[in-house]
Write a protein that binds this ligand. Sequence first.
Ligand SMILES: CCCCCCCCCC(=O)SCCNC(=O)CCNC(=O)[C@H](O)C(C)(C)COP(=O)(O)OP(=O)(O)OC[C@H]1O[C@@H](n2cnc3c(N)ncnc32)[C@H](O)[C@@H]1OP(=O)(O)O
Length: 167
Amino acid sequence: MSEKSAFQDNYPENVAHCYGCGRLNGHGHQIKTHWDGEESVTRYRPEPFHTAVPGYVYGGLIASLIDCHSTGTAAAAMYRAEGREMDTQPAFRFVTGSLHVDYLKPTPIAGPLEIRGRVKAIQGRKVIVESWVLAEGVVTARGEVTAVQMPESFFAAALPKPGAPTA
Ligand SMILES: CCCCCCCCCC(=O)SCCNC(=O)CCNC(=O)[C@H](O)C(C)(C)COP(=O)(O)OP(=O)(O)OC[C@H]1O[C@@H](n2cnc3c(N)ncnc32)[C@H](O)[C@@H]1OP(=O)(O)O
C-alpha cells in the first residue's frame, strides 16, 4: 500500500459498497482515512443538505462519519498489528458491533470537518476505537465504536434466498 492511499481504497470489492465508506457507492460519503502517527484522520466537507438546524450538521451524518472512520481505523490497526500492508491477503473486514456518540456542541455546517481516531484496544476479533469530530479545531462530538471482524456468514446472509420474492 502506498503511504498516500486511503484505508478504504484497499477494501476488497465485495465490501466496498458501504454508504459511509465504500468507494464503489456513488451515492455514499466515500470517506478517506489515513494514519497521522498513532491517530487516524478523515476530512469531510458537509453539503448544505446535511442540515439539522440551519447552520449545523445533522447528527446522523456525524454518527455515520464516526462509524466508518472507526471501522476503517479498526481494519488498518489490525494490519499494523500484524506488520502487514492493507492490500495484502487475507483481508480484514470489520463491521460495527456498537456505536456510541456524544454530541458535545452544535457542529457548524460551513467548512470542512476533521474526524480523528485512536485505537483503545484490540481484543481478539474486536477493536475498540475512540473518535472525535472537529470543526475549526473544536471538538463537537466524540464517539466510541466496537468494530468486530465480519464472520463469513455475513456474506451468506446477504444473498437472496432461492425462490424468495424480490422487491
Ligand atoms: C474493512 C471493510 C469494511 C467494509 C464495511 C464497513 C461498514 C462499517 C459500517 C457499518 O455500517 S457495518 C453495518 C452495521 N453492523 C452490522 O450490521 C453488524 C450486525 N451484527 C453482526 O453481524 C454480528 O452481531 C457481529 C458480526 C457484530 C458479531 O457477531 P459474531 O458472531 O462475530 O460475534 P461473537 O459472538 O463471536 O463475538 C465476538 C466478539 O465481539 C463482541 N461483540 C459481538 N457483538 C457485539 C456488539 N454488538 N457490540 C459489542 N461487542 C460485540 C463479543 O462480545 C465478542 O467479544 P469477546 O471476544 O471479548 O467475548
